[in-house]
Design a protein around this ligand. Structure first.
Ligand code: HEM
Ligand code: HEM
Length: 189
């Protein structure tokens, strides 16, 4: 533990992206599920958000960048090994397994949006296979999101910090020597 002030980790783009993704997905999955106008607009908005986030992963603040969180296979397996022994270090940014989950969720969401758009094109109009893929991707996202939330709660207890609150405020506990920090140049304020 440290008495140092919390640092800024998740910038407003990351936080807005995250909670908009959650809201848009929830609306399309449970509220406007019929593929009508609102469903389509929300789907396109989600695709737009993903495009912005991908650009932000190249030019954004340090912890938002791919370079700070996409794990090498070595780092990923090292982390999984430590996780299985209950000795995983605290990451200031996304941990390697969390990063993998993020990439999976964003990839599946993009696939869901693209198959949604395909259903509206002349080439795939009424194509049941595309419809099936669209729905399957949505259910897969739901299942992975469930796992993602459970993992966020467990890791919050393990490292004694509320990761969900951090996704709202952007702030996290200042790192100590044992923590892994791949973006030490982050804007500390
Ligand atoms: C990326 C976010 C999206 C999610 C999570 C999503 C989710 C879903 C789900 C779960 C269903 C099945 C509803 C049910 O049968 O109860 C569905 C149906 C549908 N979606 Fe999406 N969707 C998304 C984006 C889109 C987009 C961008 C379009 C079109 C531009 C679209 C067009 C449709 C259509 C036309 C249906 C009805 C298919 C049918 O006739 O059964 N969706 N969507
Ligand atoms: C459909 C539902 C969800 C999707 C698709 C989703 C997706 C994501 C993505 C893409 C990120 C990475 C953010 C970035 O770097 O841009 C992320 C991080 C995070 N999400 Fe979610 N999320 C969902 C639901 C939730 C919910 C409901 C919670 C909380 C109750 C949550 C808690 C978190 C936390 C705490 C992080 C940061 C993890 C870390 O500290 O490394 N997510 N999520």
């Amino acid at each position: 533990m440290t008495d140092a002030k919390p640092i800024r980790v998740w910038d407003p783009v990351v936080r807005l992206f995250h909670w908009s993704l959650v809201a848009g997905f929830t609306l399309n999955m449970f509220v406007w599920t019929d593929g009508a106008l609102l469903h389509r607009y929300i789907g396109y908005a989600l695709l737009g958000l993903i495009a912005v986030r991908l650009v932000w992963a190249l030019i954004g603040t340090p912890y938002a960048r791919f370079s700070s969180f996409v794990p090498t296979p070595g780092r990923l397996f090292d982390y999984i090994g430590k996780l299985l022994r209950g000795r995983e270090p605290r990451y200031v940014g996304h941990n390697p397994v969390g990063a993998l989950m993020m990439i999976a969720l964003v990839g599946l969401m993009a696939g869901c949006g693209l198959t949604g758009w395909m259903m509206e094109t002349d080439a795939f109009w009424g194509n049941e296979a595309v419809e099936e893929v669209h729905e399957t991707l949505a259910w897969l996202i739901l299942a992975l999101a469930g796992l993602h939330i459970v993992a966020a709660v467990i890791e919050s207890f393990r490292h004694r910090e509320n990761l969900i609150l951090s996704m709202l405020t952007g702030r996290k506990r200042a790192p100590v020597a044992e923590d892994v920090n791949h973006a030490p140049a982050a804007d500390r304020r």
